[in-house]
Design a protein around this ligand. Structure first.
Ligand code: GCU
Length: 620
């Protein structure tokens, strides 16, 4: 290429990259996309040789030895020491740990690479790369130029591709993924789950017009008189729309709900609008009747479709009200894992398998622990009528003193909320789990609660709080409980301390006039190991634990609004190393890693059946 052109191209690319934007794109399924899932080549790079030179200086962009550059041998004498091919490949989406033995415990950098070509490259379109999630840190390069980087292992992100950088043929895409744990990250170095690394969720190339709908929120208008609205079947609906950029004056967005003959047109000023309208004949979403409507947002003739359920969730004193009626949460906690293959869950089939277990348990709610799960889970929860607690991994002893850590937590919180704020099933945003009580921690968590409310005032905000044990009197007085909508606690009376029978005399005191939710309770058992109930790790011990817990739950104060026992299935954890009973598995699952239901599964299932028959329903 003649010199002048390449210099021009460089400056054009560079200048365009400045204007390239990274605001999260919502509803990828509703967009014009090409999947980049499939077989990618990889290089394992524990010393980050592809990123730093031998003096440990970050390589400059055109460094031939940088792993983001295509290795080129022009002459036989050329020295090249890296390369991509079909000898070393990984499937995307998917964690690397479960794909090759060499990756089982690997924590470090892996370079992923693939090429893609385009049938057409229309001048009037914009192009973005969208990642469902990469754990933990991603640096994304295309044709030797960095598009951007992202931290956070469980939330989506996207980068615009400067127009001049994209080619029709053989686009060279490289992603540097690093899953090393650090004290100043979210989560920090200490977690009771496996550090699955990789491009763990879907990757798409997204084609969009010059100006498009970037984000939107639509829901029942909080605070309306629901009883009157239900009688008249006429609900106030409101929300907001954010465009990719400011528009000229006569720009409009149309919102349609064809099934109930809603078609509303709103003028846009600048790059956003807040809207409200009245929807007649709408049936509310509930676990018993998870009604979803096709909603079509149109701008510049480009329709963006979504399937939306309309419902209200709020608390009133000690009660949780769904659509104005008291509801009880028959929950279960879930990690994002398919235990049979010891891997991260990511697909619709995976979601179907996990929700199959949930339905078998007679549960109406899941606590997606301890991080935002993939979007297939929350979309399927919408369709199945399963209520969802969704959480960011502010887990245990985070570096609460560090303002940079608060920024990272807020970013993950906003990515979680923006992605799923139109999912009727999601009723609770949780800002953390079992964070140790201290003034600095409570200030940190209060800031997250404030941020969550600013992002979404239509849902409940929670966190798994700490509970004090004063000689068998369990006092729920965590200062953070003053700022959450419900008081949720994890308790393990009879597993971590005492025996299951101690639950008989346990007393519970709740300092707050708020709904009480048990976000965890559980005991371990090796499936198939049978002994007298006093024998730890036997199925009988776990069954005894659940029987005693159920009896204790029946004696709870009237704040008691639900539970999500720990946990649906056995899951991988490097902290669990008993050579006979654990071998790297946390065995508190009600189902083992081969899909066998343990005896305790049927204790909880029976309890939930009783609650249903007693009319403690999810009628919402
Ligand atoms: C804690 C924690 C879980 C953990 C569980 C356990 O409460 O929240 O992440 O796995 O207890 O010890 O099994």
């Amino acid at each position: 290429m003649p010199k002048i052109t390449s210099i021009f191209l460089f400056f054009m690319t560079f200048s365009l990259s400045i204007s390239a934007q990274e605001d999260l794109l919502m509803n990828i399924d509703g967009r014009n996309t090409i999947s980049l899932n499939g077989t990618w080549s990889y290089i394992i790079d524990p010393y980050e040789t592809g990123f730093y030179d031998y003096r440990y200086k970050e390589r400059n962009e055109n460094d031939r030895e940088a792993y983001w550059n295509r290795p080129v041998t022009e002459k036989r004498s050329d020295r090249v020491e890296h390369g991509y091919g079909d000898k070393y490949t990984l499937q995307v989406p998917g964690d690397w740990n479960s794909q090759e033995e060499v990756f089982k415990y690997y924590e470090g950098t892996v370079w992923y690479q693939r090429e893609f070509s385009l049938d057409e490259l229309p001048e009037d379109k914009r192009f973005f790369l969208h990642f469902g999630a990469v754990n933990y840190e991603a640096h994304v390069y295309l044709n030797g130029k960095k598009l951007g980087s992202h931290k956070g292992g469980f939330t989506p992100f996207n980068f615009e591709i400067p127009r001049l950088l994209l080619k029709k043929e053989e686009n060279f895409l490289v992603v540097k993924v690093d899953n090393k744990r650090h004290p100043e990250e979210i989560p920090t170095v200490n977690t009771d789950w496996w550090n699955f690394g990789g491009i763990t969720r879907d990757v798409h190339l997204v084609t969009l017009p010059q100006n498009f709908i970037q984000q939107y929120a639509i829901h029942l208008t909080p605070g309306q008189d629901l009883e009157t609205a239900k009688k008249r079947k006429r609900f106030d609906i409101s929300g907001s729309i954010k465009l990719s950029g400011p528009v000229n004056d006569d720009s409009f967005v149309t919102i349609e709900i064809p099934e109930v003959r809603v078609k509303e047109r709103f003028e846009v000023t600048g790059d956003s609008l807040a809207f409200s309208f009245r929807g007649k004949g709408i049936k509310l979403w509930s676990p018993e009747d998870p009604k979803l409507y096709e909603v079509i947002f149109s701008h510049n003739g480009e329709p963006l479709k979504d399937r939306i359920g309309f419902r209200s969730i709020k608390t009133e004193g000690k009660d949780i009200l769904l659509n104005g009626e008291k509801i009880f949460l028959r929950g279960i906690s879930i990690h994002e894992e398919i235990p049979q293959q010891m891997r991260r869950a990511h697909s619709k089939e995976d979601a179907r398998q996990l929700f199959g277990y949930v339905k078998d348990l007679n549960a109406n709610m899941v606590r997606l622990a301890h991080y935002p799960h993939n979007e297939n889970m929350t979309k399927m929860a919408d369709s199945l009528g399963i209520l969802v607690w969704s959480e960011i991994p502010v887990y245990w002893t985070i570096d609460f003193e560090n303002p940079e850590v608060l920024k990272k937590a807020k970013k993950q919180l906003s990515e979680m909320i923006i992605r799923d704020r139109n999912r009727a099933s999601v009723i609770i945003w949780s800002v953390g789990n079992e964070t140790p009580v201290s003034p600095v921690r409570t200030e940190f968590m209060k800031a997250l609660i404030k941020e969550a409310r600013e992002l979404d005032d239509s849902r409940l905000i929670s966190a798994a709080l700490e509970v004090g044990n004063d000689n068998g009197v369990f006092r729920i007085d965590d200062p953070l409980g003053e700022f959450t909508d419900i008081v949720a606690v994890n308790e393990y009376l009879g597993w971590y301390g005492g025996l299951p029978g101690d639950a008989k005399t346990a007393k519970w005191e709740v300092t707050y006039n708020k709904p009480l939710f048990f976000s965890e309770t559980g005991a371990g058992a090796k499936a198939g190991y049978h002994a007298e109930k006093e024998t730890r790790w036997s199925e009988e011990y776990q069954e005894w634990y659940y029987r005693e817990q159920v009896e204790m739950m029946k004696r709870m104060p009237n704040n008691y609004s639900g539970l999500s026992p720990w946990i649906l299935t056995d899951f991988r954890s490097p902290r669990r190393n008993h050579p006979d009973f654990q071998e790297g598995w946390n065995r508190k699952g009600l189902i083992d890693n081969e899909g066998n239901r343990k005896k305790a599964f049927f204790v909880l299932k029976k309890y939930y059946e009783e609650l249903l028959s007693e009319g403690i329903r999810d009628n919402g």
